[in-house]
Design a protein around this ligand. Structure first.
Ligand code: PLP
Length: 218
């Protein structure tokens, strides 16, 4: 385990190597299945951007933490069922894993109802894996048009989780190319094992859990 400041230092190094400004990259600290004392320690270090992958688990910890620590931005990074759209819009500040039309419609309905606008990223299944969520690269353009024009969502970026058993760089490169083609500025890619490679490939949001907090408690 490295810890927050080590991860930040490695991000800075990767930015320097890539000739990028580190101000252009957000570190999303993935706090799923982490004990509260570790999350509080990272908050006490001043960090404010976090990621969670389950609505119910997030509901158990974040309302109180958001009250205590102003300025928190909470990203949803898991598979979101459309019947959880209400709770997700109430608690989260960004949805990174938009991947189907029903969810797009439900999210928009809830945002209108709650008068809250959450930026959304579209999850792309770059490896076209059967068990993984996300739209395929081929379906991205029509889905983006739907989510933006018909559902009316504020789509700001793309997100991917490369296949576990493959080098991630080709997937990062593909996501970068797709983002450029449809004109989206943000790319959420890179985790504990590959955030430096992701930064070299153009990532703007890295989602790092165990390297910051240590092993998750299952
Ligand atoms: C758990 C998770 C992460 C963080 O994984 P680590 O390997 O602990 O950094 C990043 N992204 C998603 C979508 C996750 O579910």
């Amino acid at each position: 385990m490295m810890g927050l400041s080590d991860v930040q230092a490695k991000m800075d190094d990767a930015c320097q190597q890539a000739g990028r400004d580190s101000a252009g990259i957000s570190l999303i600290a993935v706090s799923k299945l982490q004990p509260l004392d570790r999350i509080r320690a990272v908050l006490d270090e001043g960090h404010r951007q976090f990621g969670e992958n389950r609505v119910q688990e997030a509901q158990e910890k974040w309302p109180a933490l958001k009250e205590k620590y102003p300025g928190i931005s909470l990203h949803f990074i898991g598979h979101l069922q459309s019947n959880k759209a209400k709770e997700a819009v109430e608690l989260f500040d960004c949805i990174e894993t938009l991947d189907n039309r029903k969810l797009a419609d439900e999210l928009q309905n809830e945002m209108v109802r709650q008068r809250r606008v959450l930026p959304c990223f579209i999850q792309v299944n770059t490896g076209e894996e059967a068990q993984k969520s996300g739209v395929t690269p081929k379906d991205l353009e029509p889905f983006f048009a739907f989510a933006k024009e018909e559902a009316g969502l504020d789509i700001t970026g793309l997100m991917c989780i490369p296949p576990q058993d493959e080098p991630p760089e080709p997937h990062f490169a593909l996501l970068h190319k797709l983002g450029r083609e449809i004109g989206l500025p943000y790319l959420s890619m890179g985790m504990s094992s590959d955030f430096e490679a992701a930064i070299r490939c153009g990532s703007t949001h890295v989602r790092v859990g165990s390297a910051i907090f240590g092993e998750r408690q299952v």
